[in-house]
Design a protein. Structure first.
Length: 355
């Protein structure tokens, strides 16, 4: 089996960050989403992975390389325009050949993995198997209507009146018959080749499409709130370790990671929290569920439940919670008395807030 990871979307819901970086490179627990995805794929025993990329291909390739550090062999496949998930399969046809494959959206986080579902697909080998999750409001998703025996009877993309609460998670196990189905469908009203239409074509012609419910944590990291929520989830399993410098006047409480080259000086950090390599935390308070990237600076500040991307700095700001601070962004005090709450600051931005 091969894998096809889709990483070409524009990420409009995650702006301003996606103006300057691919959404799939947003760090969760200090690692890009795509690295978590590739780790899940490696756990399936898959070694050949096609990465569908758009106009941010160079940035993605710079982070992932040839895949050897993940134990994988990566092939980059260029999609000139975002023309749908089924279109991604079409342009990857030469890479996929006649192999079964797992298609995985590159901004999806399923930290519990899908190994059991993959084993079921290999054992039963239906024409296709979709991974679904029960959601409160299915209208924003592709929705599967499923018979008691697990067979999918109907698939609808973003229905106004859903007949099911089973949303497609963005992980699909597919056999080569999917290519025949894609050849038979036409673009949807939004001008895209929908994978739901291709799967529905298979169902209409008697093929077996199964649904398997995923009960673990699942998040589409498409907006700031989801990124922060996912960061909290992954940090919940953090194991503390200190390879950087923590001075005698500092206190670490709970699981805290201080990476090599990082310095914690006269500060208190309550875990789970990560201080990335080369970062300095000085005269500051860091609350739980906080990820500080590489080469960051936190000076005379307090931060909780937040993410600082690489090279960011926060100085003399006494209370930030639930914030996302972009790469090389600077948040400083304007020395005007006030309380603070939440900030979303894009890459290479300078913001002054009341002290």
């Amino acid at each position: 089996m091969k894998a096809l990871v889709l990483s070409g979307g524009s990420g409009t819901r995650l702006r301003p960050f996606t103006y300057s970086m691919p959404k799939q490179l947003m760090p969760i627990a200090n690692r890009p989403v795509l690295e978590h995805v590739l780790e899940n794929i490696r756990e399936l025993g898959v070694s050949e992975v096609g990465i569908v990329v758009g106009d941010r291909a160079t940035e993605i390739a710079a982070v992932l390389g040839d895949g050897s550090r993940f134990g994988l062999e990566l092939t980059y496949i260029r999609q000139e325009k975002p023309l749908g998930l089924a279109h991604c399969v079409t342009i990857a046809r030469d890479f996929l050949g006649e192999d079964d494959f797992v298609m995985y959206l590159g901004d999806n986080m399923l930290p519990d993995g899908v190994q059991e579902i993959a084993r079921e697909f290999a054992a039963r080998r239906p024409t296709a198997q979709v991974v679904v999750r029960r959601v409160a409001d299915p209208r924003a998703f592709g929705v599967a209507e499923v018979a008691p025996d697990g067979r999918v009877t109907r698939l609808v993309e973003k229905p106004e009146r859903p007949n099911s609460d089973l949303a497609l998670t963005g992980v699909y196990f597919l056999t080569p018959l999917i290519h025949q189905a894609i050849d038979r469908i036409t673009p949807s009203a939004r001008g895209e080749l929908e994978i739901t239409d291709a799967l529905q074509w298979l169902i209409s012609y008697g093929a077996t499409v199964l649904a398997r419910e995923y009960t673990g944590y699942w998040k589409d990291t498409g907006c700031v709130e989801d990124v922060l929520d996912c960061n909290r989830e992954l940090l919940g399993d953090l194991k503390g370790s200190v390879t950087g410098l923590v001075d005698a006047e500092s206190e670490l409480v709970g699981p805290v990671v201080v990476e090599a080259g990082a310095r914690v000086v006269r500060s208190r950090i309550v875990g789970p929290a990560i201080v990335g390599a080369g970062s300095h935390v000085v005269d500051s308070q860091v609350g739980p569920y906080t990820s500080i990237g590489r080469d960051c600076r936190l000076l005379d500040a307090a931060l909780e439940g937040s993410i600082m991307l690489d090279g960011a700095s926060v100085s003399r700001v006494p209370a930030l919670r639930g914030s996302l601070i972009g790469r090389a962004a600077a948040v400083t005090s304007a020395d005007v008395g006030s309380a603070h709450g939440r900030l979303v600051v894009g890459d290479h931005t300078h913001v002054e807030v009341a002290a």
